[in-house]
Design a protein around this ligand. Structure first.
Ligand SMILES: Nc1ncnc2c1ncn2[C@@H]1O[C@H](COP(=O)(O)OP(=O)(O)O)[C@@H](O)[C@H]1O
Ligand SMILES: [Mg+2]
Length: 493
């Protein structure tokens, strides 16, 4: 392994190497181009370890495993080569880079970005932890990522959140554990107590690590950073960390509750599943009136990082240890333009916005008069049977920023809104299944809660069961299912 030349211009399989874009503790990642011009990310083992059979085995396992994962919040693997694999290129930043910028500004990241990152990663984990083998629900794989950390979560300029790096993920099937190495693996400051003790893990270990990430995103410090790795491990296993409200006065109480539950020392005291965490995240998202749509996140990323300075380094040559506590000063940030995803539904919604409110570009700026007008239009289209237009009008009304008048309008029209959404859903006894267009999801600007709903659609739930059990308020659940139905990402059979 590792003998192929990866300099810019080199040909690797079907791809031409453009430049190196990332480096972790084990691997390097390159931007490359296929013959048809498609840009991909190519990952290969670091040359220094490319001859070590243990790492080769782990790498091959990662490539094979990642190739079986299909979720909007997980970078998709296109092709597995002899000693590399090609995956979806995430044009953007890893969360470590975003954090470095936030730390240099001495201000935690905006809550919109933090909650989007949390939401997207939790959706990916809900999918990963729930994966089953070919025999269905009776053959749960118990897949654990085991390396949830900021450098393994990517945010694209289009506002998509993607989990990467299944290099040490492990499938535990009863007594058989398929992994190339039995050593403790993971990044010390993010490891769970059970991981530190090399005990058996389940999905709740990833939730602990995600708790460390949430803590860091909201306070710019890590809960268990100590002077040595030993002290860090000891702090983790004894649950010794300052509560976020001790670090940041006025820390939102509901968010602190989530952090504390995620960082519980005993797995039984944590959220039982990623799905349960999503329900609480939703509460915070609603309480802070946060819009999770990709374009809002993309705008935040541009505002947060788009100051025209040169890009910060995304390289890390050694695995992160507690010495990583001193986070390097960033050289600056990327100022890439967000690409506008091609999404027929977004295009139609834009058109509708132009007719109703020609001067408004962001649905959040729609006035209460616009909202009233849109409700009227939704009513007329609904009566005429043009359900797609009616749902789009409703969608825009729900995107408007809330004030007393819009709130009153939405409350008094609650049943109308729900009936428009449920009309599109139609026969609720029918089973929801993902369509063959799942691949089209990449680059489509769906709300992350719609993506969450998608993770629950495995062909066993009727639309009614899905809406009733997904943990979202009924109107939101209907709204997000409509997003998926309109784009034919999901069909009812
Ligand atoms: N699909 C991708 N698109 C863009 N950048 C990526 C992609 N995958 C990884 N990277 C970048 O490369 C870095 C290292 O990749 P990763 O898979 O985490 O390797 P390692 O196993 O060595 O940690 C990541 O932290 C990220 O910055
Ligand atoms: Mg990594």
């Amino acid at each position: 392994m590792g003998t192929i030349d990866f300099r810019p211009g080199s040909i690797v399989g079907n791809y031409e190497i453009v430049e190196q874009i990332g480096e972790g503790g084990m691997a390097e990642v390159y931007r490359a181009r296929s013959r048809s011009g498609q840009c991909v990310a190519i990952k290969r083992l670091l040359p220094a370890i490319a001859h070590d059979q243990r790492f080769i085995d782990m790498f091959v396992l990662e490539a094979r495993l990642a190739a079986t994962l299909h979720h909007p919040n997980i970078a998709k693997v296109h092709e597995v080569g002899v000693d590399y694999f090609a995956m979806e290129l995430i044009d953007g930043h890893d969360v470590r880079t975003l954090l470095t910028a936030a730390i240099s500004r001495a201000r935690p990241m905006p809550l919109t970005i933090t909650l989007s990152i949390m939401y997207g990663t939790t959706c990916a984990l809900a999918y990963v932890h729930d994966l089953c083998g070919p025999r269905g629900p009776q053959e749960k794989l118990n897949l654990v990522h085991r390396d949830i950390s900021p450098s393994n979560i990517l945010v694209s300029f289009e506002g998509a959140i993607k989990l990467v790096d299944f290099g040490i993920a492990r499938i535990e099937t009863g007594s058989v554990t398929r992994s190339a190495s039995k050593q403790i693996k993971g990044k010390f400051p993010y490891m769970s107590p059970e991981q530190c003790r090399a005990r058996p893990l389940d999905g709740r270990s990833d939730l602990f690590s995600l708790g460390v990430v949430l803590y860091e995103l909201t306070t710019n410090t890590r809960p268990f950073d100590r002077n040595s790795e030993f002290d860090t491990l000891e702090a983790i296993v004894s649950g010794d960390y300052p509560r976020p409200s001790k670090v940041i006065p006025k820390y939102p109480a509901a968010l602190e509750e989530i952090v504390v539950r995620l960082l519980a020392t005993r797995p039984n005291d944590r959220y039982p599943t990623a799905g349960a965490l999503l329900v609480d995240l939703d509460r915070v998202i609603s309480a802070h009136d946060i819009d999770l749509s990709n374009d809002v996140l993309a705008a935040h990323i541009r505002a947060h990082l788009g100051n025209g300075e040169p890009p910060p380094p995304r390289k890390r040559t050694t695995p992160v240890t507690s010495s990583d506590a001193t986070i390097p000063t960033p050289h600056g940030e990327l100022s890439a333009e967000a690409k506008v995803p091609i999404d027929r539904i977004v295009a139609r919604a834009d058109e509708l916005m132009r007719t109703v409110a020609p001067d408004v570009t962001d649905p959040r700026d729609l006035s209460s008069e616009h909202v009233a007008q849109l409700i009227g239009r939704a009513l007329r289209w609904h009566a005429k049977g043009d359900l797609e237009s009616a749902v789009l009008a409703v969608e825009l009304t729900l995107s408007a920023a809330r004030n007393e008048t819009t709130d009153a309008l939405l409350t008094s029209n609650e049943s109308l809104i729900l009936s428009v959404l449920t009309s599109l859903i139609g026969d609720q006894t029918r089973t929801a299944v993902p369509s063959q267009y799942l691949d089209a999801l990449v680059g489509i600007a769906i709300d992350q809660r719609a993506a969450f709903l998608l993770t629950r659609i495995d062909g066993t739930l009727s639309a009614h069961e899905l809406l009733a059990t997904c943990g979202l308020p009924m109107r939101d659940a209907c709204r997000h299912l409509c997003q998926l139905l309109l784009r034919e990402i999901v069909v009812l059979v």
